[in-house]
Design a protein around this ligand. Structure first.
Ligand code: PCA
Length: 218
C-alpha cells in the first residue's frame, strides 16, 4: 500500500454525545465520548461533538458537523436510564412524543421528525457485526428496536434522513446506561466500559453484516 493509499484508507469518524438533561448533573453518553477521545490512537480520524438536548438544536448541530467534516462514519450516542446494557439501535422512527420538555422547553407530542418523510429508517451500521465486536470486549450489549420518542430518536432519525442516498457514509445510534455516579439504585455502567464498547463498535462500523439472531418476542 502506498502512503497515498494509506492516507485514503484512514476514515473520519464523527462521534457525538449529549449534554445533561432531566436534571442530571452529567450525561453518560458525553462522559463515554470524552473517555474514547482522550485515549484515541487512530488510525481513524476522530471528531467529537456534544449535542444539545434540543429537538431543533441537536439535528442542526449534527447537520453542520456532517457538512463541515464529511465523515465516513457517524455514531451518535445517548444516555438511556433504566438500561443494563449498551443498546445498538436498529430503527429510527419518524415520530416525536416528548414525555418531558427538551432543554429549550419544547415538548412536541405526536409530530413527525421530518414532515412527509418515510415512517422509519434502519441504522446503516452492520448492527449484528457491531454486537459481536462489543461482545468481544465483555461489555453487556444488545440490539435495541426502539430509541424512544424523545431527542435521541429524533436525532437518530434526522441523521438517517440526512444520510439517505449517501451509501458511502454509515450512521447509527447507540444508547449507553447511566453512570454509577448518577444512579443510587438501579442499572448503570462504568464510563470506561461504555467507552470500550464504543471503540469496538466504531472499529466494526465498516465491516460486512453477519447473520446472528438478536430478536425479541415482545
Ligand atoms: N438521552 C435522551 C436525550 C438525550 C440523551 O442522552 C433520549 O434518549 O432521548
Amino acid at each position: 500500500m502506498s502512503d497515498a493509499d494509506r492516507r485514503q484508507a484512514v476514515r473520519t469518524v464523527l462521534l457525538t454525545g449529549f449534554e445533561p438533561f432531566d436534571e442530571q448533573p452529567v450525561n453518560a453518553s458525553w462522559a463515554a465520548v470524552q473517555a474514547v477521545a482522550s485515549a484515541w490512537e487512530g488510525p481513524d480520524r476522530l471528531l467529537t461533538r456534544q449535542l444539545p438536548v434540543s429537538f431543533r438544536g441537536a439535528r442542526q448541530a449534527l447537520r453542520t458537523a456532517v457538512a463541515e467534516h464529511a465523515p465516513d462514519v457517524v455514531l451518535c450516542v445517548g444516555e438511556a436510564g433504566g438500561r443494563f446494557a449498551v443498546g445498538i439501535e436498529r430503527v429510527a422512527l419518524n415520530l416525536i412524543d416528548a414525555r418531558i420538555p427538551d432543554n429549550e422547553g419544547s415538548a412536541p407530542v405526536d409530530v413527525p421528525v421530518v414532515a412527509g418523510a418515510p415512517t422509519a429508517f434502519f441504522s446503516s451500521l452492520p448492527v449484528k457485526a457491531c454486537i459481536l465486536a462489543v461482545r468481544g470486549t465483555g461489555v453487556p450489549v444488545e440490539v435495541s428496536h426502539s430509541a424512544g420518542t424523545y431527542v435521541c430518536n429524533a436525532t437518530f432519525y434526522a441523521l438517517m434522513h440526512l444520510l439517505d442516498g449517501r451509501p458511502g457514509v454509515r450512521g447509527g445510534f447507540v444508547h449507553v446506561p447511566r453512570t454509577p455516579e448518577q444512579v443510587a439504585d438501579g442499572p448503570s455502567m462504568a464510563t470506561a466500559d461504555a467507552a470500550r464498547a464504543l471503540v469496538a463498535l466504531m472499529r466494526a462500523a465498516g465491516a460486512d453484516e453477519v447473520r446472528l439472531s438478536g430478536g425479541v418476542e415482545d
